[in-house]
Design a protein around this ligand. Structure first.
Ligand code: AMP
Length: 393
């Protein structure tokens, strides 16, 4: 059975088509700069990567183009072969603690959550509408980035602000990257061969978050009301004192929107280095002796170890830690710095094993008190699995 996993952004559309239940990837790709004058798409099929320039005035055009490629490449003979389309949705608020089949009520609920995710939910909805229009017989499923974190306890997800901010306006910690953290914790269950485990999952990409997972359920996570909380990220600031915002507004005359933009797009690695949000550029800067790159990396690693150490206590111990995301999977040096800083927890890195990129690997020694792993994350397969679960054979 053919299932599509889809992630629609404001000007992009990522997709991966699976043969289920085998979980075989048939074709994957991304449409970029939708709505612009220079749209293009890249597809990967049979190990071959193809890039094409094309006019895409909206997401409907991108979905039409995707359907043409599926037919031309004989991935499908007709549209009815696509039995399900799973959509990544950034915000399910406290309405959804698991994936759901999309109907009018789901659309209404996701629309009602737009104030909580003003950039993401509208883009996700555009994707849903395009696929519902062009692949009307497929079961459309919503897979929420926030759902896995809904098991956090009230004393964990509340902020110590006036209680009415929560009851009247939904101010609380939601957490994001949930599909990735769930995948990672399930992989650790398989690797350790048991389900009643305490694990810390680190998703370190351009955005980054860490979760504490107890017996398969999330009990804490570093992102908060928005994805801008927690770790130092590519261009997001992570945890800061909220009072910095009015102070900077008064000092600079910037508007609230400008300051929020600074905190989301001009902070993190980019803010501290003044060079780039990309950890590879930061690494290059470090090698060239750039003091601000050295500083940014130190701040990055400090924040990660701070979260891991606090979640170790929060969980009352830890059976395994894993690293995923572009940096977690590929930056040998960053993992070394993190694990070295975690020596007080009895963690011992295996330098040879850690010399790895993008491959599931144990990177600590046999006598390390906590085994640590690199685990390439796979949010798309989780979306395909959830979608398939609603359809079956
Ligand atoms: P993601 O958001 O998961 O795609 O991750 C993006 C981040 O991963 C960027 O900061 C990249 O610099 C980083 N990254 C990707 N490949 C590598 C690599 N080979 N070495 C170090 N960092 C990498």
């Amino acid at each position: 059975m053919k299932i599509l996993a889809v992630n629609a952004g404001s000007s992009s559309l990522k997709f991966q088509m699976y043969e289920m239940p085998e979980e075989k990837v048939l074709i994957s790709g991304v449409f970029e700069r939708i709505g612009g004058t220079d749209s293009f798409y890249t597809i990967k099929i049979n190990g071959e990567k193809i890039e094409k320039k094309v006019t895409l005035k909206d997401h409907n055009d991108a979905v039409s183009c995707l359907i043409d490629e599926l037919l031309e490449n004989k991935i499908i003979d007709n549209l009815d072969e696509i039995k399900g389309v799973g959509h990544r949705l950034v915000h399910g608020g406290d309405i959804y603690n698991k994936s759901v089949v999309i109907d009018d009520e789901v659309i209404k609920n996701v629309e009602s959550l737009i104030p909580l995710a003003p950039l993401h939910n509208p883009a996700n909805l555009v994707g849903i509408k395009a696929f519902t229009k062009l692949v009307p017989n497929a079961c459309q499923v919503a897979v929420f980035d926030t759902a896995f974190h809904q098991t956090m306890a009230t004393d964990t997800y509340l902020y110590a602000v006036p209680y009415e901010w929560y009851t009247d306006y939904g101010v609380r910690k939601y957490g994001f990257h949930g599909t990735s953290h769930q995948y990672l914790s399930q992989r650790l269950e398989s690797i350790l061969g048991k389900k009643d485990i305490k694990v810390i999952t680190c998703h370190l990409g351009n955005g980054g978050s860490i979760s504490a997972v107890l017996n398969g359920k999330c009990v804490n996570t570093s992102m908060g009301f928005t994805p801008n909380a927690g770790l130092v990220m590519g261009s997001r600031c992570g945890d800061i004192d909220a009072t910095i915002i009015p102070y900077i507004m008064k000092q600079t005359g910037k508007t609230i929107d400008e300051v929020v933009e600074d905190l989301n797009k001009k902070s993190g690695f980019l803010g501290i280095t003044g060079i780039s949000n990309d950890s590879r550029d930061v690494e290059q800067g470090i090698n060239a002796g750039n003091p601000r790159c050295i500083l940014a990396q130190k701040m990055y690693v400090n924040m990660i170890t701070q979260y891991i150490a606090s979640y170790y206590v929060f969980l009352g111990g830890c059976d395994a830690i894993c690293f995923a995301g572009g940096i977690g999977e590929n930056s040998i040096n960053t993992r070394k710095e993190i694990l070295d800083a975690l020596k007080p927890l009895g963690i011992k890195i295996d330098l040879k094993a850690n010399d790895v990129r993008g491959k599931e690997t144990l990177i600590t020694t046999k006598d390390s008190k906590i085994p640590c792993y690199v685990i390439p994350t796979d949010e798309e397969v989780m979306i395909a699995r959830d979608t398939y679960s609603f359809i079956g054979d």
